[in-house]
Design a protein around this ligand. Structure first.
Ligand code: GDD
Ligand code: MN
Length: 407
């Protein structure tokens, strides 16, 4: 389906320039340009690229397009008579948004370098050869066009609100990934060159706008270089980023940060702790509405279960959701989460009945106690059995081998 408009052959018909004598052949480049309704920018973009790309840089342009307007047709028309090959991959479904589009482009690229650039001319096309040149010169795997080093600026970032958001997002991201982002002053940049060989496309699970962050954190390029750039005004049309894109960015950060089992467990614990709030709130509402505290406990627990499920799904296991239907997932989750209620109810009854505690404080105490148990149980059910089984199997095999050897 997504292959509909994929043109494996170059759209442009012009002869490709042959490097002049004395000009050294640089590494080949696929310039990946994600587009979402950018018809008004295509002509200017391609003509500035034609002016900027030197003959000795073998470059092909690949648009990965999720447009609902006539952008693909405009590209096909503008691509005629250009000195470099241009193709369009139009996707029927915009899976992963901007980042997903870039990854689909990367998967199709078989050049030495990939360069990722926006279509709206906020990223100056004349810097494309400089990014690759810097990589070739320094041996870096990743070259980032940065607004935050001398010579760079974010002149085109519209308004103080967007500047504040961009700065806050940069600090937050640098704080969360100090090691992976060492040497990258502008992890929010969408303009960079990366060696194709340094990209492990299988490891990528992009979500929304921040594709450089995804590549830097998951592929860990060994050497990083930066080139300053001035973020320009948009040439035509409007930015496609939105509040929803902001939420996606936070989910992306959480997914990247919780990629290791330890971080995942800590996240799980923190989410579990946060579930006390809706649980206790629902309990307070229900008991004040006159419900007996025991059935109220059961109902209130479901508020906590739903809260935890929603957070765990969006923040921790976003990339593992496809394996099961959502109803199956919530069913299993609810069974596990309520199993500990079975334990908690007699505990609460004991605290209230025997020790005369308040319902709310008894519940809070029981929640903490059973939370620790649930955490251990989850660890045992999710992580240990596999290892234990492997070890048991290994033992069994060793024993069998031993027996065979003996007999
Ligand atoms: N294929 C595809 N699918 N392309 C998309 C999508 C999508 O869902 N959403 C946006 N794009 C394309 C746009 O058409 C444009 O070429 C590019 O991605 C950037 O989108 P803009 O809407 O212009 O983004 P921006 O200007 O707000 O954000 C820019 O600045 C950020 C740093 O402040 C981009 O350069 C970001 O990459 C950068 O992180
Ligand atoms: Mn833009």
């Amino acid at each position: 389906m997504s292959e509909d408009l994929w043109t494996p052959h170059a759209l442009s018909k012009a002869e490709f320039p042959v490097p002049e004598e004395g000009e050294e052949e640089a590494g080949s480049v696929t310039l990946i340009i994600p587009t979402f309704n950018e018809a008004g920018n295509i002509g200017e973009l391609l003509s500035r690229l034609a002016d900027s790309l030197p003959a000795h840089l073998p470059c092909e342009v690949l648009f990965v397009d999720d447009s609902t307007d006539d952008t693909p047709a405009v590209i096909e028309k503008a691509a005629l008579d250009l000195p470099f090959p241009v193709s369009v991959l139009h996707r029927e479904r915009a899976v992963g948004g901007l980042g997903g589009a870039v990854v689909e482009g990367v998967e199709r690229a078989d050049t030495d370098w990939i360069v990722v650039m926006d279509a709206d001319l906020q990223h100056p096309p004349h810097l494309v050869p400089e990014l690759v040149g810097e990589g070739e010169r320094t041996g870096a795997d990743l070259v980032v066009a940065s607004r935050y080093i001398p010579g760079g600026s974010r002149a085109g970032l519209a308004g103080s609100y967007r500047i504040a958001v961009s700065r806050g997002a940069t600090w937050l991201t640098k704080g969360l990934f100090p090691r992976a982002l060492r040497g990258i002053s502008d992890p929010m940049s969408g303009f960079f060159a990366m060696r194709r060989a340094a990209v492990t496309a299988d490891a990528l699970k992009p979500l929304g706008y921040k594709i450089l962050l995804e590549l830097a954190v998951r592929c860990r390029p060994a050497e990083v270089a930066e080139v300053p750039f001035v973020f320009q005004d948009r040439y035509c049309g409007e930015s496609k980023s939105s509040a929803r894109e902001g939420m996606r960015f936070l989910a992306h950060l959480a997914t990247l940060r919780s990629a290791t089992p330890l971080a995942r467990m800590i996240g799980f614990g923190l989410i579990g702790l946060s579930g006390f709030v809706p649980n206790l709130l629902a309990l307070w509402l229900l008991t004040h509405a006159g419900m007996h505290y025991l059935p109220a406990e059961i109902a209130a627990n479901q508020a906590g279960v739903l809260w935890n499920f929603a957070l765990i799904e969006t923040l921790l296991f976003r990339d593992r959701r496809r394996h099961r239907h959502w109803a199956d997932r919530i069913g299993r989750f609810a069974v596990l989460a309520n199993a500990d209620l079975l334990l908690r109810i007699p505990l609460i009854a004991l605290f209230v009945g025997r020790f005369g505690m308040e319902v709310l404080s008894a519940t809070a105490l029981a929640l903490v106690a059973t939370f620790v148990l649930r955490f251990a149980a989850t660890e045992a059910l999710v992580y240990l059995p596999r290892k234990a089984r492997t070890r048991a199997q290994t033992h069994a095999r060793t024993r069998r081998t031993a027996r065979t050897t003996r007999s």
